[in-house]
Ligand binder design. Structure first.
Ligand SMILES: [Zn+2]
Length: 390
């Protein structure tokens, strides 16, 4: 399984200047190469290299590897563009957006990510430093930092290329790791259903509720502060809002890591798989008062799902996705479905058999049932390939 780990670089001022010059040079070269590719209609790496390699080496002082990566980046951009044009991301052929996207060469931002291979970048995990190629020569002992868990993954499983990026004046390396998957449990004894929601972020069919009131209260405070800062148009308010947004995202990520860890550990311990609801529609399903809607929108459920998937893969726990339609209105005992089964946000009370339970628990039972059904019908794990953990 492929996994992406992001570490923050802590370059000295001199090193940062060298990295900046390098990134700009690589992207200028890539933009120029993309222009040549457009004019000459040479969009394959081998062909484009013939037209551009020598000049890039001289004009932008790029090393052999960097020059080849810049060329390949241009070709990849055209491949992506072509795919996007084909699947309608730019509207129909002949439309203004389509014509504009296909009628001019690709341009790279000065700060666009640049791939580094093992010949241009080496990692010293114990010292937490990298040695990285730049247009000003090799930069040695550039310090990096990251969360302990991620640094462990990095040291043990990093493989292949990493991307150098600059975001908001900070430097990052995004490294690809190849994680061995656990031996898949092909005979789960059942499924642990996970209901995602507003009042509780996640509720399992074992009745375990993750992060209810306290997190929500904090989320509400965050939202208030955010709208207050948005109203003020001053520079310092903007800076504060940005800083706060980063803090909020990190806190949410941390909570998602904890929830996913516990859910996967529980499924593994009891020999079960995990049933998740498909996320499309979680927003439409929530018919709520406005403040609650905002909290829902701001929670990264997709991230939580991806954390569960990658931790499950590592543990060999099967994951299935189920259609969540009507899971909140269906009785998990007799399967009678009607809106009146849910007299209040937190209460489920079946109008046919009289079964009463916490509404989210009832929904998670339904998700568990459906998960089991999906599994026996022969659908395999439908987990995405690449997961971002940092
Ligand atoms: Zn019932």
């Amino acid at each position: 399984m492929k996994l992406v780990v992001r570490v923050k670089l802590l370059p000295t001022l001199v090193q940062a200047a060298a990295l900046e010059a390098t990134l700009h040079a690589c992207n200028q070269a890539a933009t120029w190469a993309a222009g040549v590719a457009f004019e000459e209609n040479a969009r394959r790496p081998l062909e484009l290299r013939k037209h551009t390699y020598a000049e890039i080496r001289v004009r932008w002082q790029l090393g052999a590897q960097a020059a080849q990566h810049a060329i390949k980046k241009s070709c990849d951009a055209y491949t992506t563009l072509k795919a996007n044009l084909r699947n309608g991301r730019y509207g129909r052929p002949g439309s203004r957006r389509h014509t504009r996207a296909s009628g001019k060469p690709v341009v790279f931002r000065p700060e666009a990510a640049q791939p580094y291979d093992d010949r241009m970048l080496s990692w010293q995990h114990e010292q937490q430093t990298v040695s990285i190629w730049s247009t000003a020569g090799r930069l040695k002992s550039v310090a990096f930092t990251g969360q302990a868990e991620q640094l462990e993954v990095l040291a043990a499983h990093r493989k292949g290329e990493s991307d150098l990026v600059c975001q908001g004046g900070k430097w990052f390396l995004i490294a690809t790791c190849e994680i061995p998957e656990g031996v898949l449990n092909t005979q789960p004894v059942g499924f642990l259903g996970v209901d995602l929601g507003i009042v509780n972020i996640a509720v399992t069919s074992d009745g375990e509720r993750h992060c209810g009131r306290r997190v929500n209260r904090k989320r509400e405070q965050d939202r208030k502060l955010r709208s207050k800062l948005q109203k003020k148009q001053t520079k310092s308010a903007k800076r504060r809002a940005k800083k706060h947004a980063g803090k909020e995202a990190r806190r949410a990520k941390d909570i998602n890591h904890k929830i996913s860890k516990r859910i996967v550990a529980e499924a593994e311990r009891t020999g079960r798989g995990i049933a998740l609801e498909t996320l499309t529609g979680i927003r439409e399903r929530a018919r709520l008062r406005k403040p609650q809607r905002t909290t829902l929108h701001s929670w990264p459920f997709a991230q939580l799902g991806s954390f569960i998937v990658y931790k499950a893969k590592r543990a060999g726990v099967p994951v299935v996705y189920v259609d969540p339609a009507y899971t909140s209105q269906e009785c998990s005992k007799c399967h009678h479905t009607e809106r009146g089964n849910r007299p209040a946000q937190a209460v489920f009370s079946c109008r046919v058999c009289g079964f009463v339970e916490h509404a989210d628990c009832n929904a998670s039972h339904n998700i568990a049932h459906r998960g089991w059904y999906v599994w026996v019908c022969g659908a395999q794990s439908t987990a995405p390939e690449l997961t971002l953990i940092a």
